[in-house]
Design a protein around this ligand. Structure first.
Ligand code: A2P
Length: 275
């Protein structure tokens, strides 16, 4: 069976295709071709964000493909900087307009804090602000503009803040996850609480591809390092979102219907790679 026909079940009753097509760093003028190629190859799940400034291109790529809206799963994200109800509401309206695809399948809060504060210690936590953003997202959900809600780059306390107050539960947490960077605490929490982990940068934004340790394991399995990385995320129960703008890579990244042994997984788990 091809990964392209497999799904994860979300706890709200929706399903989500197991492999997504990442578009972070894909410019808006490149997105239509990259997305339409991915859909032609058989991807049915495209991941974008307001912050990527390519929602219009992603929407165009879907329209070019000629596929029914129901055959394609589209994720977008409320910008990390939108931390009031009004800002979130306006951002959602803009995403819907830019995508021009009727509805959004999955809408995420892009990050718990605005980007400049994300990776600095001793910054405010925005717990109340994220609840205001969530309220705007719940309204879009109630209006049928969005089918499922989730978060991105959230740690456990960011997530419990939402789940303790939400009417509509988060279905996914999209985080950086790749060999050598696995964020075990948040992954374990989410997976034991029915929140799907989506893995962005599953190839380490390309940096893993030249790693000699990974080349050895990939060669032993007769696959590329990219395929090894994607398979690794899947075997951890995560939904990988590999990004590419090259047709041969986009296609090769779907050929992941092999199994990594427990020994290989343990060796990969033990690798801790520098940032
Ligand atoms: P490009 O976009 O030029 O096609 P990640 O998914 O971790 O963010 O990694 C994306 C990076 O990895 C991009 O630079 C992308 O190149 C590259 N890439 C994606 N798939 C492959 C592949 N199968 N072989 C080589 N490079 C790849």
């Amino acid at each position: 069976m091809s990964i392209l026909t497999e799904h994860f079940d979300l706890s709200d009753g929706h399903t989500i295709p197991k492999l997504g097509f990442g578009t972070w760093q894909t410019p808006n003028d490149v997105a239509p071709e990259a997305v339409s190629q991915a859909l032609e190859i058989g991807y049915t799940h495209i991941d974008t964000a307001r912050a990527y400034q390519n929602e219009a291109g992603v929407g165009d790529g879907w329209r070019t493909s000629g596929l029914d809206r129901e055959s394609v799963y589209i994720t977008s994200k409320v910008p990390a900087e939108a931390k009031t109800y009004e800002e979130a509401k306006a951002a959602i309206a803009t995403s819907l307009e830019q995508l021009n695809a009727g509805y959004i399948d999955l809408l995420l809060i892009h990050a718990p804090k605005p980007w400049p504060q994300m990776f600095k210690a001793d910054m405010p936590r925005y717990f109340e602000a994220n609840l205001q953003v969530w309220k705007a997202m719940e309204e879009a959900h109630a209006a049928g503009q969005v089918h499922s809600l989730g978060v991105s780059n959230f740690q456990v306390d960011d997530l419990t803040n939402i789940t303790e107050h939400a009417q509509v539960m988060p279905q996914a947490n999209q985080i950086r996850f790749h060999i050598g960077y696995t964020q075990d605490e948040v992954v374990e929490y989410c997976q034991s609480h029915g929140v799907l982990i989506e893995a962005y940068s599953p190839l380490g934004t390309g940096r893993l591809l030249g790693n000699p340790d990974l080349s050895v394991i990939a060669d032993n399995n007769d696959v590329s390092v990219a395929q090894l990385c994607i398979r690794y995320a899947l075997q951890h129960g995560c939904l990988p979102l590999p990004k590419s703008t090259h047709r041969q890579y986009i296609e090769a990244n779907t050929k992941v219907d092999f199994q990594l042994s427990a020994d290989d997984m343990a060796a990969l788990d033990a690798l801790k790679l520098d940032d």
